[in-house]
Design a protein around this ligand. Structure first.
Ligand SMILES: Nc1ncnc2c1ncn2[C@@H]1O[C@H](COP(=O)(O)OP(=O)(O)O)[C@@H](O)[C@H]1O
Ligand SMILES: [Mg+2]
Length: 254
């Protein structure tokens, strides 16, 4: 069963076509990866799925609802972990979750219980009263993941959930995502780490310059193009991730 369907989906920013008439379907319960170099249009696609911005043209349906007609119904059933940290630096770890729960009309006592449960899930139970500024990068990502789960979402959108993390923290995030997937939650992920996508994603879309080059499972792509998923990516986008990663070291990814 398809949970998201996009048809000729297009987004332009002035003269720039960031997403260019793409078509895709995402199945309920799968882990689907959007891969591609910076500027490919991944974040823009995610933004249209969670009704943050309307398409310029084309259609996108989530839970069989039109994103431009019923955004609040859709948003109440989606969790989002954004690419950039947008936690409130003036609030503690726990307060960040409780304040966020208000968007979903959770009563105060219920939201605190839920928040504490989620902090346990992401192993931040000892950081409940800590200030956001005092969290490590890995802890910040885990808190963003906990926040994305506050409304018991059926779909979770994760925009570069592991970028910039050390291997151990990356592994922790993926371990938590595996548990969510086992519960039947649909996961939409972007990542620059091809070995993560190879292991975790049921299917991936490789994007470049606003277009989808291919959609398939990592194993099919590797047998069709040869090599590992990184080699497939290189053949389809012409961009070498190893060089690309080095050039980005120490910089903020966009
Ligand atoms: N708000 C915006 N205004 C103008 N251009 C934008 C905006 N957001 C993204 N873009 C441009 O759209 C293209 C796709 O961006 P984005 O979706 O962020 O790609 P990705 O997430 O794959 O790096 C890029 O060229 C980017 O500069
Ligand atoms: Mg992006």
């Amino acid at each position: 069963m398809n949970i998201i369907t996009a048809a000729e989906l297009t987004k332009s920013y002035g003269l720039l076509t960031a997403v260019d008439a793409i078509n895709f379907e995402i199945r309920k319960g799968e882990c689907f990866g959007f891969l591609g170099p910076n500027g490919a249009g991944k974040t823009t696609v995610m933004g249209m799925i969670y009704c943050f911005m309307p398409p310029t043209s084309g259609k996108i349906r989530v839970f069989d609802l039109d994103t431009t007609k019923e955004p609040s119904k859709i948003k109440s059933r989606i969790g989002v972990m954004p690419q950039d940290n947008n936690l409130d630096p003036d609030l503690s770890v726990l307060e960040n979750l409780i304040v966020y729960a208000r968007y979903f009309d959770l009563p105060k006592d219920q939201s605190e219980r839920k928040a504490r449960e989620l902090l346990d899930f992401v192993a931040l139970e000892e950081k409940v009263n800590v200030n956001i500024k005092d969290l490590s990068g890995g802890m910040t990502r885990r808190l963003l993941l906990a926040r994305a789960l506050i409304n018991d979402p059926e779909i979770i959108i994760l925009d570069e959930p592991t970028t910039g993390l050390d291997p151990r923290s990356r592994h922790d995030v993926w371990a938590q995502l595996s548990l969510l997937k086992a519960q039947g939650i649909t996961l939409l992920v972007t990542t620059h780490y091809m070995e993560e996508a190879e292991q975790m994603c049921d299917r991936v879309a490789i994007m470049d310059s606003g277009k989808i080059k291919v959609i398939d499972s990592p194993s099919h792509l590797m047998s069709r193009y040869g090599g590992n998923l990184e080699d497939v990516y290189l053949q389809l986008t012409g961009k070498d991730l190893r060089v690309h990663d080095m050039s980005l070291q120490g910089q903020k990814l966009t």
